[in-house]
Design a protein around this ligand. Structure first.
Ligand SMILES: [Fe+2]
Ligand SMILES: [Fe+2]
Length: 246
């Protein structure tokens, strides 16, 4: 057995212990690890039904989930975003930018890494000022391009992660050119200026520090995020119930 087969076997054993089977994974979870053109092996269901809601291996979400519930119960550690938001606050930027910093990497923290700026922008678009989601969308491209006027350099971390010879794809260059000429350029640029990884190492920032900022600038739907029929509700539901059969 290779690593993936071993992981699948362990998962199969685990899912046999649950009431419902959770063995049919979305292609995006496994593509690359396995060839997506090959049909997934379908283990015998042995009379069991498939999971169509809450996954018992995950903490249960409240009936009407808020943004903070997602941070606490479905996202990975959010210290990087919290530190960015705190730095933005310390730098005295507009509250909308503090919120953009707090949200800027939720794509990575809770959904999909690739094109994280675009995913994060879509997730929050129905609930924030257009300028905030715009800034989040374009921070991904702007991170690759310096702006000496605000002391922003190409991140050393990127050189380490991607190599000195890495050049972003043409669509990133195009997004940069578009954003550079836009009236909201500086909003997005300020997200990148506060987007640091080496800020106050070891310092944990509490989400509650931003309760007021979120309260003022994030339109929490009364039905709960994911249950409100906005254009991005389905994305929040997928984060809430990532292993549903359909
Ligand atoms: Fe980012
Ligand atoms: Fe970031």
């Amino acid at each position: 057995m290779n690593t993936l087969e071993r992981a699948e076997a362990a998962e199969h054993a685990l899912s046999q212990e649950l009431d419902r089977l959770v063995i049919m994974k979305s292609t995006i979870y496994t593509s690359g690890e396995r060839d997506p053109r090959v049909a997934l092996p379908r283990p015998p269901s042995e009379g069991k039904r498939f999971l169509m809601g809450h996954d018992p291996r995950l903490p249960r979400m409240p009936e009407k989930p808020t943004l903070f519930d997602f941070y606490k119960l479905r996202f990975g550690p959010a210290n990087h975003m919290l530190q960015s938001a705190r730095l933005a606050q310390k730098n005295g930027v507009d509250e909308k930018i503090v919120l953009a910093c707090l949200l800027h990497d939720i794509g990575i923290a809770g959904f999909i890494r690739g094109d994280h700026g675009y995913w994060a922008a879509q997730l929050v678009e129905p609930y924030v000022d257009e300028e905030v989601s715009w800034a989040i969308r374009y921070h991904q491209a702007l991170r690759f391009f310096p702006d000496e006027s605000v002391g922003y350099r190409y991140p050393e971390l990127y050189t380490k992660l991607f190599g000195a010879d890495y050049t972003p794809e043409p669509y990133i260059h195009e997004a940069y050119r578009f954003a550079r000429a836009h009236k909201w350029y500086m909003t997005s640029r300020l997200v990148t200026v506060n987007d640091l990884y080496a800020f106050e190492p070891g310092v944990e920032v509490e989400l509650e520090e931003f309760t007021d900022v979120v309260g003022r600038h994030f339109k929490q739907p009364k039905e709960g995020l994911g249950l409100d029929a906005s254009p991005s509700s389905h994305m929040w539901r997928t984060i809430m119930w990532p292993t549903r059969y359909l």
